[in-house]
Design a protein around this ligand. Structure first.
Ligand SMILES: [Zn+2]
Length: 323
């Protein structure tokens, strides 16, 4: 930590608890088995679109961050976030594609973007305009405590963001001020989406992609999912683990909930690779879906030409039990 209590090293963010230790041993054991049986190589080679994301990349994480990207690059083609979204919406993938994104607009991701430039990789940085360029460290600290729920860190400014765009990276919306979108009113949720989109469009000329804060189902709502598309965003991402296998039923869809696998520069290389392989292993058609109870609301966003032709005869009821 520095004099203001801002985190400066990855260890200040690490889970050093007993639970963290047990998790570490669990991953080691599973990865050993996946490698020994040859299953790992088969899983990682499966054609699909895989989104990975991080929050911070401290200087001490840079070497392993670079190694992780180089390792992924051996078996995957990195694509821009927009290209990955396009591939998901096409329902097709002829090889393993991966794209990388970063949540919260932390300053350390600027250095990460330069490392990515050296490797020819473009990322998408999901930012909250309320805090971009905030130089008052007291305010940044309060934002971290009340909105991010982890130790404070310096944040990107608008010049950083513009420079990253000039170098081929993308900027996405992560709401205006990082509330728990599962707890705010529908009106507040819409305001957060609208204000963020308006500011990013005004400052940067456009914004296409959205990822909701904290990323779990309980941190969002069906009405929020609907509003994302109503307000013109082209994609909506969670932080729920998973990947998108090519599926014919996905062709032409725009109402998909994107899944992303969390990786960390500080985690051992094979831990990060384990999460990718595991998402392939446990993948299901549900990796495209919203919770069943949300679907009737979010799906209203489907473009009319994407709708399947009306069927005659018996229609499935939404009250059918989920399978
Ligand atoms: Zn966030």
């Amino acid at each position: 930590m520095d004099a203001d209590g801002f985190a400066t090293h990855s260890r200040e963010m690490s889970d050093l608890s007993l639970r963290g230790g047990i998790r570490h041993a669990f991953i080691e054991a599973h990865m050993f088995r996946l490698k020994a049986t040859g299953l790992f190589d088969k899983l990682i080679a499966r054609p699909r679109v895989h989104f990975v994301y991080l929050h911070h990349v401290f200087d001490d994480e840079i070497p392993n961050f670079r190694r992780t990207l180089e390792e992924i690059q051996k078996t995957h083609q990195f694509v821009t976030y927009s290209k990955a979204v396009e591939l998901v919406y096409s329902g097709q993938a002829d090889k393993p594609y991966v794209c990388i994104s970063f949540d919260d607009g932390l300053k350390t991701t600027y250095r990460a973007s330069q490392v990515m430039d050296e490797l020819g990789i473009s990322g998408c940085f999901f930012v909250c305009p309320a805090i971009v360029g905030e130089s008052d460290r007291g305010l940044v600290k309060r934002f971290a405590e009340t909105r991010l729920h982890y130790p404070p860190m310096d944040v990107l400014n608008w010049a950083d963001v513009e420079d990253m765009i000039a170098r081929g990276h993308e900027i996405g919306s992560h709401t205006y001020s990082h509330p728990n979108m599962g707890e705010v009113s529908v009106e507040q949720a819409i305001d957060e989406l609208q204000l963020s989109g308006d500011m990013l469009r005004k400052r940067l000329g456009g914004v296409k992609h959205f990822a909701w804060p904290s990323g779990k189902w309980e941190n969002f709502s069906a009405q929020g999912g609907k509003a994302v598309f109503d307000l013109g965003y082209e994609s909506c991402a969670s932080a729920i683990r998973g990947c998108h296998m090519p599926r014919s039923f996905a062709a032409g869809r725009r109402d998909v909930c994107l899944r992303r696998d969390h990786i960390m520069g500080a985690w051992p290389l094979h831990h990060n690779m384990y999460f990718l392989a595991r998402s392939v292993l446990v993948n299901s058609p549900n990796d495209y879906e919203w919770p069943d109870s949300w679907k009737p609301i979010v799906k209203r966003n489907r473009h009319p030409q994407d709708e399947p032709p009306a069927q005659s005869g018996n229609r499935l009821s939404f009250s059918a039990p989920a399978t």
